[in-house]
Design a protein around this ligand. Structure first.
Ligand code: PPY
Length: 347
C-alpha cells in the first residue's frame, strides 16, 4: 500500500498493489468520498485483489492493483486538476509497478491530467492525447458476451430475443450494454439513481424504469449489476427473482458466503472479475501489448466461452461458479509455473 494524505485538499491517496506475479499491477483509480479512511483502505484492498483475479483469469501479463482517492466531504472541484497531477507524480515515482486507468468517479479527461505527470503508466487517455478513450463500450461488449453464454447455459437458447434483462446502473458500461441488448431483441429494463440518466432512458428512449428500492424483487431473467459493489448480500439474495446474475460492477458479492447463497437459490452467478474484464482486456491489449482493434475485440468476446468453461467446471465439481473461477485464476498464479512476464522495477 502506498498511502498519502494530500495536504492541499485533505484527500487521501491510496494505491493498493495486490500482486505483481504476472506483471505490473494494473487497475483503475476510484475517486469518491468514503465514510472514513479505513473504509477507503478496505475498498482499495478488495478492488486490488479483484484485479489480480481479473488479469489472471483473462490471461493478461498484468498483476492486480487499484487506487482510491478518498475525497473530503467539502471537496472543492476547482482543486481537482492539481490533485490529479500530484497523484500522477506519485504514480510516476512508482516507476511502473502500478499502471492506472479510469474507475468509478474518474474519466478519460482525468487520465489526461494524471498523465501530465504520471506518464507513461496511465491508460485510457482521450484520443487527442493518444489514448483509446473510455473502456466502457469494451466492458459492455464483454458483459454482453457473458450474458449470451449465461443465458445459453440455463436455457439452451442462443438468442436473447425476449429475454428480460434488468440493468442496475445505466452509466458508462450499463448504457452501451443496454444498446447491445436492445439490438439483440432483449426486453431491457433499468434502474439508476441519477435523474438525468432516468430521463434519458425512460422518457427519451421509452425503456422501463425500475425504482432503485424495487430492483431486487423485480422479476427478470438476468440481473445485471452495473453500478457499485456489494449488491449481492444476505439481505438482497433472498429477494431476487432472477435466474442469473451477470453484470459489470466490481466486487458484487458482499462476502464470500454470498456465492453459496446464490447457488442454494439456484441463481447462476457470472463471477464479476471474469465477466467484467472487457475494459481491462481492451486497454491492456490496445495500449500496452500492441494489439490491433480486431484482436482486442475478439479477445473481449472470449469472455462468453470462458464463462461457459467455468460453468462446466462448477457443475462437474459441485462447486460454486465463483469457486471455479478462482481456481481457474489461481492455476495461472501458482508458484513455479513458467507463465510470468519478466518484470523488474527499479524504485
Ligand atoms: C477494471 O477492470 O476494474 C479496471 O480497473 C480496468 C483497468 C485495467 C488496466 C489498467 C487500468 C484499469
Amino acid at each position: 500500500m502506498v498511502i498519502r494524505r494530500d495536504a492541499p485538499t485533505d484527500a487521501w491517496i491510496i494505491i493498493a498493489i495486490h500482486s505483481t506475479r504476472l506483471g505490473p499491477a494494473a487497475g483503475g483509480t476510484r475517486m469518491k468520498s468514503y465514510l472514513d479512511v479505513p473504509a477507503a483502505l478496505q475498498d482499495a484492498l478488495r478492488l486490488a485483489e479483484g484485479m489480480t483475479y481479473k488479469m489472471a483469469a483473462a490471461e493478461l501479463p498484468r498483476g492486480g492493483g487499484k487506487a482510491v482517492i478518498a475525497l473530503p466531504p467539502d471537496f472543492d472541484t476547482a482543486a481537482r486538476p492539481s490533485l490529479l497531477r500530484r497523484y500522477g507524480e506519485l504514480i510516476h515515482q512508482l516507476g511502473g509497478t502500478y499502471h492506472t486507468g479510469p474507475d468509478v468517479g474518474t474519466s478519460s479527461e482525468d487520465m489526461d491530467l494524471i498523465a501530465e505527470t504520471g506518464a507513461p503508466y496511465v491508460h485510457a487517455r482521450t484520443a487527442s492525447r493518444g489514448g483509446s478513450g473510455s473502456s466502457g463500450p469494451a466492458t459492455a461488449l464483454g458483459v454482453y458476451s457473458g450474458i449470451q453464454a449465461t443465458w445459453e447455459w440455463i436455457s439452451a437458447q442462443t438468442s436473447l430475443a425476449g429475454v428480460r434483462v434488468l440493468v442496475q446502473g445505466a452509466g458508462t458500461v450499463g448504457g452501451p450494454l443496454m444498446d447491445r441488448l436492445l439490438e439483440a431483441g432483449a426486453q431491457v429494463s433499468f434502474s439508476d439513481v441519477e435523474e438525468t440518466v432516468v430521463r434519458r432512458y425512460r422518457d427519451e428512449r421509452g425503456l422501463t424504469f425500475v425504482p432503485p428500492e424495487q430492483v431486487y424483487e423485480t422479476e427478470c431473467d438476468i440481473f445485471a449489476p452495473c453500478a457499485l459493489g456489494g449488491v449481492l448480500n444476505r439481505e438482497t439474495i433472498p429477494r431476487l427473482k432472477c435466474r442469473a446474475v451477470a453484470g459489470s460492477a466490481n466486487n458484487q458479492l458482499a462476502e464470500p458466503e454470498d456465492a453459496e447463497r446464490l447457488w442454494a437459490r439456484g441463481i447462476l452467478y457470472a463471477p464479476d472479475f471474469v465477466v467484467n474484464a472487457g475494459g481491462a482486456i481492451a486497454l491492456t491489449g490496445l495500449e500496452a501489448l500492441g494489439w490491433p482493434e480486431t484482436e482486442a475485440e475478439s479477445r473481449v468476446k472470449e469472455i462468453g466461452p470462458r464463462l461457459r468453461r467455468i460453468y462446466e467446471m462448477a457443475a462437474a465439481q459441485g462447486i460454486t461458479t465463483e469457486a471455479a473461477a478462482r481456481k481457474m485464476a489461481e492455476a495461472r498464479l501458482e508458484p513455479g509455473r513458467m507463465n510470468q512476464m519478466p518484470h523488474v522495477t527499479v524504485l
